[in-house]
Design a protein around this ligand. Structure first.
Ligand code: ZN
Length: 138
């Protein structure tokens, strides 16, 4: 069995954003040389997510509006977590959108559904953060 590990770095200039990372994940898969196996992609920070959905800007806007209804950033004083930080909403948004995805690798390709794309979700940006890519297989 082969294994491969890589960290993808992000420095998003906005507080919140969704980034399609499928092209970077495909490069990792090519580098690994693995044809059959599993790929894990996880955010390494507790105010960021990795998730799979549609690459459609209206939907991304809807996600943002929905998440702001569930866990509004302001007023920051509503959250007990916010002492020297102001990112309680980011932790809650991350919990809803998830930490990681696992995708099957078949014949050297990501075995995704027809509209599935892999996204990095940032909920407390303006700093460097990492995503881990781990591939196992043969
Ligand atoms: Zn925090």
């Amino acid at each position: 069995m082969k294994s491969y590990r890589k960290e993808l770095w992000f420095n998003i200039s906005a507080r919140r954003a969704f980034v399609n990372i499928t092209p970077q994940v495909n490069i990792c898969l090519e580098e690994s040389g693995i044809r059959e196996g599993l790929i894990l992609i996880n955010a390494m920070h507790i105010t960021a997510s990795v998730f799979i959905n549609d690459d459609e800007s209206g939907l991304h806007h809807d996600f943002d509006v929905w998440l702001e209804k569930l866990a509004p950033h302001e007023p920051t004083s509503q959250y007990r977590h916010n002492g020297y930080e102001d990112n309680a909403d980011g932790h809650l948004k991350r919990q809803i959108m998830g930490r990681e995805v696992v995708v099957a690798i078949s014949e050297g390709k990501l075995d995704l559904g027809p509209w599935e794309q892999i996204f990095y979700g940032e909920f407390d940006g303006k700093r460097k953060k990492r995503v881990l890519v781990k591939i196992i297989g043969e």
